[in-house]
Design a protein around this ligand. Sequence first.
Ligand code: GLY
Length: 381
Amino acid sequence: MTRPTRTQPIPPIEVALGARTYRILITSDDPAPFGPFLRESLDASWAGRACRNALVVADSGSRPHVDPLLPALAAHGIEPRLHIVPAGEPSKSIEQAERLWEALAAMKADRHAAVVAVGGGVIGDLAGFAAATYARGLPLVMVPTTLLAMVDSAVGGKVGINLPQAKNIVGAFHQPAAVWIDTASLATLPVREFRCGLAEVVKYGVILDADFFADLERDVEPILAHDPATLGALIARCCALKAQVVSQDEREESGLRAVLNFGHTIGHAVESVAGYGGRYLHGEAVSIGMVLESTLAERLGWIGPDVTDRISALLQRFGLPTVLDGTEPAMLLEAMTRDKKNQHGAIRFVLPTRLGSVTLTDAASVENVLSVLATRRASPE
Ligand code: GLY
């Protein structure tokens, strides 16, 4: 990573989607540009140009990050109304979506009212879903405050809620008008959640960028110490990689966007069997999933053990789990049959062909998958 100094601003990152193109602005403890950036971004679209009010959605964790934003909205002609959602995955529900629709109705929102989502993945997905559906689509501004949301869920337009049967199963593609990231909000993020974001960061290196992976191996210490310049550069690199993918395959139709699901076929199964909000957080399940899916690529003869060893070692240095403890392989396999990537009943995986490159495949046999799920890989260190 080229590390800018703390005073060097990071140029905005563009997600190029024709008329729906938007920018991601990354700052470090500097709320001043928020108002102008937001107004300029909204003014770039028909709906946003006439925006005079906004529903600002947060939870108890992200509530403190809202305070500097409210006066900035008001100063730019946007009257804010705050809506607090209970923290946690259960809030990605139709009941909470309905409360947001009602709050929008109570403020007499027309098609120009904005929704500003301030928080982690749950808030972005839920508020984004309300924005996508109310009045057939309102301007959405993402203000991610967790590392996972900054590098993944706030960018790319996937919004949605859960059903008891499946995560993220009711949703839409609804691109934001702007994404505002202030890395200072990571200072108060619980360490376990910060590590979960690092699992998605490592994922970008494995799927798209071997040099970035090597930079992460070099920068473990400054990353764990929250060095602002290192974190800013790391988030910018991930956002740029995701922007490239989303620009080319917005709706996950060509197979390109599916590469972002490396580690997620097994990871989602691990989460679902353990129970959401249970033993494993999303990033932890993805960390285990990446190591097991890389082991599956070894079984297919696509890569040598050195690739999996490097992935596993880096995840461990970031304090992430890499070994499944005691979940029944047959239950995981059953959960994988419900994965959204599957086609005609075959389980599809995104597997590495080398560090920095992956392929979507249904070539893995059930026997291979079951044997990998039972693997207890020795620690490479
Ligand atoms: N988080 C995967 C995607 O945005 O496609």
